[in-house]
Write a protein that binds this ligand. Structure first.
Ligand SMILES: Cc1ncc(COP(=O)(O)O)c(C=O)c1O
Length: 480
């Protein structure tokens, strides 16, 4: 067995109760453990997306349906990760399945234009207020790279302002600095240019945003932001924050880019920009847009989007390369995306109120469950999105979202809450996730019941931490 793997969770997770939870998990996920060790032989860290690793090792899926998935050991989980928040109708929903089945017979990948891409673009144009023109690509990361490139070309400027705690995918310029701890540092493989040209602003800090935009106005290409902070805490922007940024970017001649890769079609049919009634110059979309298939899109003002047109009559220095993308507009992705957006459009009156009510119920229920056991927890979010935080300071002292994001006990959220809920059959990411239409009121009640049990256990643990348990069970499993 790999020594480094054992050391990873044995040394880091010194809390004995955590060790006990890991042992419980190992007992119920022996096949997953074996698969993980196989994966380590062929994949760096055993994964192809670091977020999918969690301690002591991830469970490997066998199938998923509705609000649940089953792992290779036969365990059933109530899923709130929902494929990186995108399965808004649940896993394998009928409208998408039948669309894909139809398309598979007609052609999987063509690499030549077809009507489906026009149809999906038309729906996007109809639903997203600022989408005068649409260009599809294969992932959210790509969409952000292209949006930033368009912003540079259109303004002939270099700098970007982004928000602390935001995540805009793994592109070099978007991922270089993404949280306050990294603001002074570098990620491996980042480049000086990206660091020099990225300026951070505290989310919802109106004055700082105004100051920074004015300070860098001469060379500011755009402010890029999630109107509702995503993985950085599911924190909605205050209206005045978005309004100030819109006004100041206009004044500075800089663009406003909304990254709506999570919020697009989730917080409402017209995304967060519809909710706030703020019109960005460019928007990036992904996730739900693809109906479960890989997709990204950059959409926005026609005059900016035209910079990437092959037939635009422009000087060379303005012509902007978007794609490549062997798989862009792959018919399977377009077909699934059309099926998804049509379904959402036709059923919007039912879907969004249900998700909103379910989200409110979960957020309130989680906070109340922890409060009953004397544990300070805050559950943020909007609509169907929720995230649990364990602030290090008192709840009453929480002034702003920044404090929440920075002063949160990540160990408690990312490890303890995660593994405890996992052992009770509930799969969360960052202490929460996204509710889908497949989550019934009974499912929500089960989730809250499990959170209540976890809160009780955590409270008991705070009273007296148990003796550290050895990890030898793991070795026994591997030998068996
Ligand atoms: C707000 C936001 N932007 C961009 C991305 C990157 O998208 P993708 O993972 O499809 O590359 C993500 C992914 O989680 C995201 O949440």
């Amino acid at each position: 067995m790999s020594q480094s793997f054992r050391r990873k969770w044995k040394d880091n997770d010194t809390m004995s109760s955590l060790n006990q939870e890991y042992q419980k998990y190992i007992c119920r996920s022996r096949k997953s453990l074996k698969l993980y060790h196989r994966a380590l032989q062929v994949m760096a860290g055993g994964v192809s997306h670091n977020l999918r690793y969690f301690a002591p090792y991830p469970c490997y899926l066998a199938r998923a349906e509705g609000a649940r998935f089953w792992d290779v050991d036969g365990n059933e989980y109530l899923d709130f990760w929902m494929g990186h928040y995108l399965n808004i109708l649940g896993h394998t929903p009928e409208p998408i399945l039948s669309a894909l089945e139809k398309q598979v017979r007609q052609g999987i990948q063509w690499g030549i234009v077809h009507e489906l891409q026009i149809e999906l673009a038309e729906i996007v144009q109809r639903l997203i207020p600022s989408a005068e023109k649409v260009r599809f690509c294969c992932s959210g990361t790509e969409a952000v790279i292209y949006a930033q490139r368009l912003a540079r070309a259109s303004t002939s400027r270099q700098k970007f302002i982004k928000m602390e705690g935001s995540w805009h995918g793994a592109g070099t310029h978007s991922a270089t600095i993404d949280n306050p701890d990294l603001s002074q540092g570098k990620r491996g493989g980042s480049c000086e240019d990206a660091i020099q040209n990225t300026i951070l602003v505290r989310f919802n800090d109106v004055q700082q945003a105004i100051d920074r935009i004015r300070e860098h106005a001469d060379d500011l290409a755009a402010v890029i932001m999630e109107p509702i902070l995503g993985e950085g805490g599911f924190i909605p922007a205050e209206r005045k924050f978005l309004e100030a940024i819109r006004e100041e970017t206009n004044r500075a001649g800089a663009l406003l880019i909304f990254d709506e890769i999570i919020t697009g079609f989730r917080v409402g049919l017209s995304g967060a920009q519809g909710l706030y009634n703020i019109r960005p110059d460019l928007t990036t979309l992904g996730k739900i847009l693809g109906g479960g298939m890989p997709i990204g899109a950059v959409v926005g003002r026609a005059d900016i989007m035209e910079l990437c047109s092959p037939t635009a009559n422009l000087p060379e220095y303005k012509k902007t390369l978007i794609g490549g993308g062997t798989f862009s507009c792959a018919p399977l992705c377009m077909r699934a995306g059309i099926a998804m957006l049509r379904y959402l459009e036709e059923n919007a009156q039912k879907i969004y109120p249900y998700l909103e009510a379910a989200g409110n119920q979960i957020r309130t229920g989680i906070e109340q469950a922890f409060a009953r056991y004397g544990i300070a927890a805050k559950c943020t979010g909007i609509g169907s999105l929720f995230m649990t935080h364990f602030p290090k300071i008192k709840l009453e002292e929480l002034k702003d979202s920044h404090t929440l994001a920075v002063d949160c006990d990540l160990e408690k959220r990312e490890k303890e809450l995660k593994i405890r809920l996992l052992n009770k059959g509930v799969f969360v990411m960052h202490g929460g996730g996204a509710i889908s239409m497949a989550h019934t009121p009974a499912d929500l009640a089960i989730a809250l019941e499990k959170v209540e049990e976890v809160a009780k256990e955590m409270a008991e643990d705070q009273v007296g931490r148990r003796q550290a348990a050895s990890c030898c069970l793991e070795e026994a499993v591997l030998k068996s």
